[in-house]
Design a protein around this ligand. Sequence first.
Ligand SMILES: C[S@@+](CC[C@H](N)C(=O)[O-])C[C@H]1O[C@@H](n2cnc3c(N)ncnc32)[C@H](O)[C@@H]1O
Length: 204
Amino acid sequence: MDPKKIVEQGYDKISYAYRTDEGTGMESDYAGWLAELTPLLEPGTAVLDLGCGCGVPEAQILAEQFQVTGVDISPVQIERAQALVPNGRFLCADMTAIDFPDESFAAIVSFYAIIHVPLAEQPTLLANMVRWLQPDGYLLMSTGHSAWTGTERDWLGAEMYWSHADENTYQQWLTDLGFEIIWVRFIPEGDGGHSLFLARKDNV
Ligand SMILES: C[S@@+](CC[C@H](N)C(=O)[O-])C[C@H]1O[C@@H](n2cnc3c(N)ncnc32)[C@H](O)[C@@H]1O
């Protein structure tokens, strides 16, 4: 099956298993990460959340201060986000197929989502993110920490697909695209983990 269909149908099925309406106890992690971004932004500015899931926690936190647009490929996730974060704007779309006018957003966040996009499509997606960001705009994004592409037959109750490069590759891609990397951190999960980047679009 097309990897995008595996992901879409998978999250439709496991939306609640992945995160309840109240969250899963990881909300304080997200709040901590976002607390390093939000003071850098003017209140009321536009922020894009790619792979927003059910809107909890990041879109919900961001919508307290900013105009949030969330994008997700799963109709179930988007329906929940619309209900859980009524002051956000949510679009059901493939983040590699959607487009926005240049310089639309002061920041883009994306947590645990680009790792589901086929690797060959990720450099173009990152180039689009640069274009969608305003001058000096910020990117807060988790990526793979080590490289792996594959599927699991039963992840939380559905088949799921992941595809990611390693941290050094993401660092190189972001730098080549003109991002200044402010920090990168290892976020442990199980036997492995993810890398979390805070970067600024460099206009020099
Ligand atoms: C692991 S969940 C993370 C959700 C949320 N960002 C969070 O951290 O709680 C990954 C989300 O990315 C979405 N996603 C994966 N591939 C996508 C794509 N190509 N376009 C849009 N959304 C996608 C999935 O549907 C899913 O809701």
